[in-house]
Design a binder for this molecule. Structure first.
Ligand code: ZN
Ligand code: ZN
Length: 397
């Protein structure tokens, strides 16, 4: 590991900040206290801060030299609406809210980079430190963009990082091209006409139609989609009926679709609509499909990924960098920023979970698990990564 010595020297203070944010989780756009903490730290280091970008986002700016090149570094600030199972000292103090995705750590890593760069950074150009709300749900990144993020704080490139349990502590994983999937949700509503369960010929059965549709939808992945393109389609809900001897009038299905390209997503949506409409019609039912596209795929720019990989190797050594990590079907709203600007989104290993203090709940510690905790050992490494990206991208040429 090659964390910058000055950053290592304030690692304990970073840990204190991270644990304070962990103990006070805020969900969605309601990240008021967290934004206060972030803004007041940034201001105490002499950085001009703009608040309320995309409702509760925070942007700080640092300019050196004469170059008009600019880099954006982004962290997410929001927690999840779930109950924490841990009972160590810095556990959540808010009922039904928890930092189970490590955004407390992402925020602190970016603060550490801002602190170091404001005091001693050696670069020529502008850095915008971007702290966004509502990553988990609500598309906070898009809200900031809609609020003029990249017009008010123009950047050439943008970078972000997410901790990842299971990757060894402090290792990096990244890849050029798609690294995380698009996420969409669908609901299929079927309407027949109810009747006696003993006399099914007197009605139209939405349960039967639903069963046919659940099976047929999988044919999109095996018969319509190009086999070399990855995608997931999961029906996760079936709702119908009240009594065992009544054919109900209504049934509905719910589920999610994940893809790595818009073309595959377009195909899946259109085939889904065709299968639902024709199957329901053939079985005498009416149908409706609600299909909502939430986050697009997260696609890394090859040139900026190469820069990120070079920096990672400098920071943690080549043995600790996987530059062709397998993409994940999970989604991330940094994808909106990567649609607007070239850049790179990477994973930093959160380790096996052994870092968790006494009092962590049972079970493994994948993201969104009630026993999860961010690994504070990553704070100086993540900050160093951000700093070195700035120094490489905004070098003196
Ligand atoms: Zn999450
Ligand atoms: Zn997350």
């Amino acid at each position: 590991m090659n964390a910058i010595a000055e950053i290592q020297a304030f690692a304990e203070e970073m840990s204190t900040i991270r644990r304070d944010i962990h103990a006070h989780p805020e969900v969605g756009y309601n990240v008021h206290r967290t934004a206060d903490v972030v803004a007041s730290k940034l201001e105490s280091w002499g950085l001009p801060v703009v608040r309320g970008v995309g409702k509760t986002g925070v942007v700080a700016t640092l300019k050196r030299g004469s170059s008009n090149r600019a880099i954006g570094l982004r962290a997410d600030m929001d927690a999840l609406p779930m109950q924490e199972a841990n009972d160590f000292a810095h556990r959540s103090t808010v009922e039904g809210a928890m930092h189970a995705c490590g955004h407390d750590g992402h925020t602190t890593m970016l603060l550490g980079a801002a602190r170091y760069l404001s005091a001693s950074g050696d670069f020529d150009g502008t850095v915008h430190f971007i702290f966004q709300p509502a990553e988990e749900e609500g598309a906070g990144a898009q809200a900031m963009i809609d609020d003029g993020l990249f017009d008010r704080f123009p950047v050439d490139v943008v970078f972000g990082v997410h901790n990842w349990p299971g990757i060894p502590e402090g290792h990096f994983g990244v890849r050029a091209g798609p690294i995380m999937a698009s996420t969409s949700l669908f609901k299929v509503i079927l309407t027949g006409s109810g009747c006696h369960g003993a006399m099914p010929h007197l009605g139209e059965d939405p349960v039967f139609a639903a069963a046919q549709i659940v099976s047929s939808l999988q044919s999109i992945l095996t018969r319509n989609k190009n086999p070399v393109e990855a995608a997931a389609l999961s029906v996760t809900q079936i709702h119908a009926g009240e009594a065992q001897n009544v054919v109900p009038t209504h049934a509905w299905l719910g589920g999610t679709v994940r893809t790595f390209s818009d073309e595959t997503l377009d195909l899946i949506e259109s085939r889904m609509r065709a299968i639902v409409t024709s199957t329901a019609f053939g079985l005498g039912c009416r149908s409706e499909v609600e299909f909502s596209r939430n986050y697009p795929p997260t696609i890394n720019d090859p040139e900026q990924t190469a820069l990120a990989v070079q920096v990672m190797r400098e920071v943690v050594g080549g043995h600790a960098v996987n530059a062709s990590i397998q993409p994940t079907m999970a989604a991330e709203d940094f994808s909106f920023m990567l649609r607007a600007k070239p850049g790179c989104y990477a994973f930093i290993g959160n380790g096996t979970g052994d870092h968790r203090e006494v009092g962590h709940g049972a079970g493994p510690c994948m993201l969104h698990n009630a026993s999860y905790d961010f690994n504070d050992h990553l704070l100086p490494i993540g900050s160093t990564y951000f700093v070195r990206l700035v120094e490489r991208f905004l070098n003196h040429g």
